[in-house]
Design a protein around this ligand. Structure first.
Ligand code: FES
Ligand SMILES: [Fe+2]
Length: 385
């Protein structure tokens, strides 16, 4: 286990101490955690670049023809290379000559070599330096010393994960026992059936915290409460940098949909009476249903602004997943409205962090993960206590 710590986040230690008290005594995080640009900058480096982030599914990142892609993970420019879904690699998006980005953020290319747009140094998709104009006859120049800097990358059930600082604990340790909960759903064999982007005027952690409790369900989710009892939540206490639990379906309900009926196909070997809600630290929420998998991927844009990408995955033989998409689109909109209101409220000078209700224990666990990280303890260290 990697126990190296991080520098502390710019959050007042006394305010953090209250959030880190045991469940029943603790409060939510102080306002600065949700409103401060300095805190978000720290989070980008340590919580996002410093852990394992999924920039998306392999088939989205590498559609036919795309062999390389530039993106920013946390605050670090990253270059992904691959051919189809074979041999996907991640590198620092920093030319070994004078540092120019090899592709801009969001840029793609279809070549089988990486060509720096500044002075045309050429690299293979494996990061080896193949050419440096003008250096051929220079004595002592060793191309082997100028490979692109490799970054750890893993494909898990179709999602690519990258550690942009290259010093996180191994992915398996980050994932912990969440691996066993997700495996029966075999998300890699499912196809994308729908995707919505929700631009939310709220801090990304407000969205995560909202996901981890159903205390709010009776008031804002009448449709959800018709198919799943809001009091049925039960949370896991297992190793790994994640928080989550399961909720029951009502007797008449086959799945989470407006009617309770499934319009799809049940996944084999999974619990057909429960829905699992798992939040992999920091920003991937994975909701496992008897007949579909839904993810929310959160991209912070500003302290009070987050893009939430919600995706629905179904077995390939299911032609129409609108029963799942419509239900959760409605529920997502209810949630996002609540998150935006929370953001406005906690931005008030009169905001004081409040206590957690007995059924907000998963929020407490999440806040403890974040609070310890703010103190300098990475999420994979001691995440089960
Ligand atoms: S900075 Fe890339 S070739 Fe000069
Ligand atoms: Fe909700």
């Amino acid at each position: 286990m990697d126990t190296r710590g991080w520098p502390a986040a710019p959050v007042a230690a006394g305010d953090l101490a209250r959030a880190l008290r045991p469940f029943g005594e603790s409060t939510m995080l102080p306002a600065a955690a949700y409103t401060s640009p300095e805190v978000l900058a720290w989070e980008r480096r340590y919580l996002f670049a410093g852990t394992w982030i999924s920039p998306g599914r392999v088939e989205d990142l590498f559609p036919p023809g795309v062999t390389q892609r530039g993106l920013v993970v946390g605050d670090i420019p990253v270059l992904l290379t691959g051919d189809g879904d074979a041999d996907i690699r991640a590198f620092a998006n920093t030319c070994r000559h004078r540092g120019h980005e090899l592709l801009p953020d969001g840029g793609t290319a279809d070549r089988h070599s990486v060509v720096c747009p500044y002075h045309a140094w050429v690299y293979g998709l494996d990061g080896d330096l193949h050419g440096a104009p003008g250096f051929r006859d220079l004595p002592g120049f060793q191309p082997g010393e100028y490979r692109l800097v490799p970054l750890p990358a893993r494909v898990w059930h179709g999602w690519l994960f990258v550690n942009a600082t290259a010093d996180a604990a191994p992915f398996e340790e980050h994932l912990g026992e969440m691996a066993g909960l997700v495996a029966p759903y075999a998300p890699q064999r499912l196809r994308l059936a729908g995707r919505h982007r929700y631009p939310v005027r709220a801090n990304w952690k407000v969205v995560v915290e909202n996901y981890h409790e159903c205390y709010h369900c009776p008031l804002i989710h009448p449709e959800l409460c018709r198919v799943s009892p809001p009091t049925s939540g039960e949370n896991y206490d297992l190793p790994g940098a994640w928080v989550g639990g399961a909720m029951d379906l009502r007797d008449h309900a086959e799945t989470m949909s407006l009617s309770g009926r499934s319009g799809g196909v049940f996944l084999s070997g999974v619990d057909t009476r429960r829905v699992l809600y798992l939040g992999l630290f920091p920003n991937l929420l994975v909701s496992l249903h008897p007949d579909y998998v839904m993810t929310h991927r959160l991209e912070p844009r500003a302290p009070d602004q987050t893009d939430v990408y919600c995706s629905w995955y179904v077995p390939p033989e299911v032609a129409d997943a609108s029963y799942a998409v419509d239900f959760w689109d409605l529920t997502n909109r209810q949630d996002m409205a609540a998150c935006e209101s929370v953001q406005r409220g906690l931005s008030s000078p009169h905001f004081r962090p409040g206590p957690f209700a007995p059924n907000e224990d998963a929020v407490h666990r999440w806040v403890a993960l974040v609070g310890r990280a703010y103190q300098g303890t990475p999420p994979w260290v001691g995440s089960t206590d």
